[in-house]
Design a protein around this ligand. Structure first.
Ligand code: ADP
Ligand code: ADP
Length: 238
């Protein structure tokens, strides 16, 4: 889906300006990396896209949905189409990998069915395919807490894929991983972007990873976009 920011600002209740007049157009299928120091506005930017943080002024549209000014109930359909990945994986550690991935199907089923574990065969099939795509289908029945950090992040990616998303937002997905594992997770995210054509936005602290993987690098500082280009000339992006 195409994402358009037109002079978008976010002011938090504390008075802090999280975003300050953002103008951006992200074409369908692009793999974008957002870089910036802590407090630059990266999380705020991605959280406006699924309506988690409300826009204070300006216009934000995701696909054909206008997000700015929309009520929470109007954003339900959009949220189902936007997958989020976090630094802390956010898995339910005591339950199986499979059950964690099935969480991505919750919007397709009733709460009662999910509580009873009565998943439709179709939901299980989609969850299996998602685990295959990230290469850990053999871990399906292992407890999430028994996996390494990199494997847990792959489960989180599979959970998002089970959502059958149009957009993937990853907020510092590799910040708690060692460099080889971080590279692996970035490779997975970009491969999935290439295979499925899902518009993907990844927030990162480090410019080197951004340069290696981003088709487009957006640099942020003080809630503003201070760089928008490719890796070759990204020296001033942070
Ligand atoms: P980054 O992801 O680049 O670290 P953030 O988007 O988290 O940046 O933060 C941008 C600015 O907004 C910072 O000054 C931060 O302290 C502030 N901020 C973020 N979340 C909130 C919040 N929930 N309430 C108030 N201020 C916030
Ligand atoms: P990040 O990894 O993006 O830097 P933080 O650790 O800054 O995240 O923030 C963690 C949580 O605290 C987020 O939900 C963010 O919105 C919130 N937060 C960040 N800064 C502030 C702030 N100044 N006041 C209130 N909440 C904040």
């Amino acid at each position: 889906m195409v994402i358009r920011f037109d002079n978008v600002s976010v002011r938090y209740g504390t008075g802090t300006l999280g975003l300050d007049g953002i103008d951006l157009e992200i074409p369908d299928g692009q793999f974008v990396v957002v870089v910036g120091l802590s407090g630059a506005g990266k999380s705020t930017l991605v959280r406006t896209i699924n309506g988690l943080v409300p826009v204070t002024s300006g216009t934000l549209t995701v696909g054909d949905q206008q997000v700015s000014g929309a009520r929470a109930r109007d954003l339900r359909t959009l949220r189902a189409k936007v997958g989020m990945i976090f630094q802390s994986f956010n898995l339910v550690s005591r339950t199986s990998v499979m059950n964690n991935v099935l969480v991505g199907r919750l919007h397709q089923t009733s709460t009662l069915r999910s509580l009873l574990g009565w998943w439709k065969p179709e939901d299980r099939e989609i969850a299996f395919q998602a685990l295959e795509r990230v290469g850990i289908v053999e871990k399906a029945w292992v407890r999430a807490s028994q996996l390494s950090g990199g494997q847990q992040q792959r489960v989180a990616i599979a959970r998002v894929l089970a959502q059958e998303p149009s957009v993937i937002l990853a907020d510092e997905p590799v910040a708690s991983l060692d460099p080889p594992t971080a590279n692996q997770v970035m490779r997975d995210l970009r491969r999935i972007n290439r295979e499925l054509g899902i518009t993907t936005i990844v927030n990162l602290h480090f410019l080197d990873l951004a340069r290696t993987y981003g088709d487009r690098i957006i640099g942020m500082r003080g809630g503003k976009v201070v760089f928008d280009g490719t890796g070759a000339d990204a020296d001033d992006a942070v």
